[in-house]
Write a protein that binds this ligand. Sequence first.
Ligand SMILES: [Zn+2]
Length: 192
Amino acid sequence: MKRRIEINKKKFEYELQRRRGTRCVRLAIYSDGNFVVSAPRWYPLYVIRKFLEDKSEWIWEKLGKINFEAVRAVRQEEDSRYKAGKKSAKELIQSKLEFFNQHYNFSYNRVSVKNQKTCWGSASRKGNLNFNYKIANLPEELQDYITVHELCHLKELNHSRNFWKLVEETVPAYRELRKKLKNYSKQPNYSN
Ligand SMILES: [Zn+2]
């Protein structure tokens, strides 16, 4: 959840992540300007605020080093790449869905192509499928794997043995492809 705070008349935005298991407040400022504060679930907001006040010197110093103009330029470039590529990515994914669904015969609702940061695809309980437009840049075997993976989540919303059995019906090499995909996720052009 994004929150705004003002300390000594300076405003900034941070993302508050409530975590089980942590016992203290942690701050992380990333090179793209993202400021993440993680805190235990039970921590009251005023304690977090106090913590940020105490650390404000450090925060200003870190934020001061970020080149926000460069960050914005990168975002704009990514945005225009997305706009240019999303239509053909959607066509590609739709044709793959139709192809593999001849085998599975599942029913799905909306198919969306998005510019996600952290995932290649997802399936919702309502039967909607989401895909990352960057799939279009992957080798075809990985495109097939991701399509089938999400398609099979329509039947099994988990990664159980039954789920993988379903995937295996049309993508027997799924284990290998899954590993391969992890390497692609680490590439700099796919930021996550
Ligand atoms: Zn999955």
